[in-house]
Design a protein around this ligand. Sequence first.
Ligand code: ZN
Length: 172
Amino acid sequence: MSRILSCPRCQQHALLRSHPQSPREHLASFLFVAPFRCPSCSHRFLASRLWLDHSTHPIDRREHLRIPVRLYLSFSGGKVRGEGTVLDLSMGGCIIKSETQVHANDIFYLRLSLDDTESPLEVAGMVHSISARGIAFKFLRAAQENKRLLAFVQAQTPDQPDKSSGKVGVAA
Ligand SMILES: [Zn+2]
């Protein structure tokens, strides 16, 4: 018989198992305790992975996937409009360079030009932090489940099986 975990915060069942990150989580992994992440509310917690149903709790492959990019973006929220360049993108958010003045916790609609042919990807994001590196946006929940964003992030991932097959790494 297998167990199915639910999120302690929102009771959601579709939890993803994460890779251990902190020393505490690495230590816990020796005791068959693994970190889990709730895709609904982003709550992260430790739980025993013994007897778990692995098809219900697949490994979270998107978690650390931050890809360096250079994409044009425009954004708007309230009376503020701006544009900039996306430097780093993941399913959780992005870092942009922009001259526009924003403040932490501001929410914007971001329009990312993923390619020339399709219409821009529209996602909602909140300003997480502002530093010399740029403005870090955290995507709101709907964006984290956006199929087009996921497809884009996965297509840029270097360890895709179809792209890392040995010597054919150099593009013609
Ligand atoms: Zn949750």
